[in-house]
Write a protein that binds this ligand. Structure first.
Ligand code: GLC
Ligand code: CA
Length: 556
């Protein structure tokens, strides 16, 4: 693997709508982000990914783009964006935007023109089919529920494809003119000084054609899109072309939202000259998920979590550099998911942080993760904004779950959990806005907020700062960035431990992933404790005693 400038960096995801509101309209915005750059610098992060801020009806919170070349006025102006790029650069930071090109919005002019003339140039930018006798071209179920086909406005016999929401028509990547438009747009942004992109839902751009049915997997007679993805061949041709025409000539950093990759494809995706610089590891986020819906999901245990994190580490080795997360804007808060229910506190939150942060790859922090933000309680479906939660609620109710049980699923898995406003302080609305926030603030902001943690050396926030500083400490940077990943005590129940090793250094990261104390062997004496989430570390020769949820990073 060739060394790259970004390997020793730390990345941070901003969900602009919920980060910081500068003008009191209840919606976070670009000036708000700019006002917090010094905070992000203090935390120690270098690369910032902004979830979409392009012009959008916000049907899927910006992942439905109506104009790729402009900023939605609710988020600010192009001048604000230029200022953000300049201010980030001044601080040695890099800005990534979200690249959403599997689909656009049904309010994009391409789609409007396609509706006017389905047989014209823009009709070919989408998948539009003529339907006779009401028989849809295939029985795939959209990710947000219902068939992937909807009537093309103005044409009773024509349907268009949307694998996500009906306001997100899929773009037809088989059409070279569409691909040219996409590359032009990417280059336009990179020329403005953007450092790269996070690439949304990209595996979906290749469809298995011609459209056909797969066996239904629910009573609705529809089937998961995954059947089709499994069969679709040739996404690499599109991705390689996109890289050669856009990212490579700009030396841009890219991270793909890639699901379902096959092991033998890893070098193509993230090897030297891969389609992307990096891609997210989703092994733990998809664990236990069911095609039946959230009501059929299986909870993840500490041992499962460890196995999920370790599996890609073992597969990837020297092939490339994966991106590691515990949460993002599509997932519940990591501390509520990967720590058994009722056991999330400052100590266990820091354990989880230390476990994922030091495995090999680029560590990502999702806004609010650094202060241990938690899932939000849901009293009624009326409070829910997330379109996927609303669909899953319906599915759960139809499967016979009570209202209370269905709401509990939203509390566990819903996307609003990560989208509640950032908790800056204990003032009204957690200091996020002077107005009415677009999504309710988690009432726990009075105790969980940045201000309360900033100067507390034992806070979750301080733990993140220390972890970042350690990864950048010249003495440990090489081993923590490039050292081999080697699992340790892998068959010990509720223990997560691994080494990072170079020829001249060995670091042990070890966590006791349970309430009960554990006495564990060490391969050799600890030379130095670099980090611990509790004040005392009890070692005796080659043995260490870890308190419940204690975690340490030690040099051997
Ligand atoms: C990705 C995004 C998600 C969005 C979907 C459709 O998974 O992360 O938020 O809903 O793509 O664009
Ligand atoms: Ca605002």
């Amino acid at each position: 693997m060739k060394k790259q400038w970004w390997h020793n960096k730390v990345a941070y995801q901003i969900y602009p709508k919920s980060f910081c509101d500068s003008n009191g309209d209840g919606i976070g915005d670009l000036p708000g982000i700019i006002s917090r750059l010094d905070y992000l610098k203090e935390l120690g992060v270098d690369i910032l990914w902004l979830s979409p801020i392009y012009v959008s009806p916000l049907a899927d919170q910006g992942y439905d783009i109506a104009d790729y070349y402009n900023i939605d006025p609710r988020f600010g102006t192009m001048e604000d964006m230029d200022r953000l790029l300049a201010e980030a650069k001044k601080r040695g930071m890099y800005v990534l935007m979200d690249l959403v090109v599997n689909h656009c919005s049904d309010e994009h002019e391409w789609f409007k023109k396609a509706c006017e003339d389905p047989d014209g140039i823009y009709g070919r930018y989408f998948y539009i089919e003529t339907v006779k006798d009401g028989h849809l071209p295939c029985n795939w179920r959209s990710y947000f529920g219902g068939p992937v086909w909807d009537k093309l406005p103005g044409h009773d016999d024509k349907y268009y494809l949307h694998v996500f929401h009906k306001k997100q028509p899929d773009l037809n990547w088989e059409n070279p003119d569409l691909r040219e438009e996409v590359y032009k747009m990417i280059n336009w942004w990179l020329d403005r000084g953007l450092s790269g992109f996070r690439i949304d839902a990209i595996i979906n751009i290749k469809k298995a054609l011609p459209f056909r049915d797969y066996p239904a997997d629910r009573e609705d007679g529809l089937c998961s899109v995954h059947n089709m993805l499994h069969e679709a061949k040739g996404v690499g041709e599109f991705l390689g072309e996109m890289r050669d025409r856009t990212f490579a000539p700009h030396n841009a950093f890219t991270v793909g939202e890639v699901f379902n990759e096959k092991e033998e494809e890893l070098p193509d995706f993230i090897g030297d000259n891969g389609y992307f610089s990096s891609m997210f590891d989703f092994a733990e986020t998809v664990f236990g998920s069911s095609r039946q819906g959230w009501h059929h999901n299986i909870d993840i245990t500490p041992d499962d979590y460890r196995n999920c994190v370790f599996a890609p580490q073992k597969k990837i080795g020297e092939i490339g550099f994966i991106s590691n997360i515990i949460e993002n804007h599509d997932e519940p808060r990591g501390v509520c998911r990967y720590i058994p229910e009722g056991e999330a506190d400052n100590v266990s939150k820091k354990l989880l942080a230390m476990m994922y942060f030091f495995v090999k790859g680029l560590p990502w922090i999702y806004q609010g993760q650094e202060i241990g933000m938690e899932n939000i309680h849901v009293d009624s479906i009326e409070e829910v904004d997330d379109i996927s939660s609303i669909d899953e609620y319906r599915v759960a109710r139809e499967a016979g779950l009570s209202e209370k049980e269905a709401l509990h699923l939203i509390e566990k898995y819903g996307r609003d959990n990560a989208r509640t406003p950032f908790q800056w302080n204990s003032d009204r609305n957690a200091g996020f806005t002077e107005g009415e926030p677009w999504l309710r603030v988690n009432p726990n902001y009075t105790s969980i907020n940045l201000e309360a943690q900033r100067n507390d050396p034992d806070s979750v926030y301080s733990c993140y700062r220390k972890m970042i500083a350690l990864r950048k400490d010249p003495e440990y940077e090489d081993v923590l960035v490039y050292g081999d990943f080697v699992p340790y005590l892998e068959d010990r129940h509720n223990v997560m431990a691994y080494f990072r090793k170079t020829d001249d250094k060995t670091i042990l990261v070890m966590g006791n992933y349970q309430k009960e104390k554990a006495e564990l062997p060490l391969p050799s004496e600890c030379r130095r404790i670099l980090l611990s989430n509790l004040p005392d570390v009890k070692t005796e020769g080659n043995r260490i005693t870890l308190e419940g949820y204690q975690a340490v990073v030690a040099e051997l």
